[in-house]
Write a protein that binds this ligand. Structure first.
Ligand code: ZN
Length: 95
């Protein structure tokens, strides 16, 4: 093993262990919403993909799951239909 790859290994290990430079979850959320300036989003992408930080990847997955549930058009549609059929049933019941 050359000295250089030894150093790279150490830096990666320290980065993962200490969560050095982990972006705040708010930053990760802004990144998901494409609200970060180019430099910052490059950093987040590097951190998530190249550093493969398990902590931040878990946060992003969690944020994405919440986002999907909150905004899913399928669920909105089901809720709409359910509401409309409930209203229709109530109207029929009254008539
Ligand atoms: Zn991280």
């Amino acid at each position: 093993m050359s000295g250089e790859s030894q150093l790279e290994f150490t830096v990666a290990a320290v980065w993962r262990q200490e969560r050095i430079s982990c972006p705040h979850p708010h930053v990760l959320q802004s990144w998901l919403q494409k609200g970060l300036p180019a430099g910052a989003s490059d950093f987040v992408e590097f951190h998530l993909r190249d550093s493969a930080c398990p902590y931040c990847n878990a946060v992003v997955e969690d944020l994405q799951a919440r986002d999907d549930r909150a905004r899913s058009p399928v669920i909105e549609d089901m809720r709409d239909r359910l509401l409309r059929s409930t209203v229709a049933a109530l109207r029929r019941g009254r008539a």
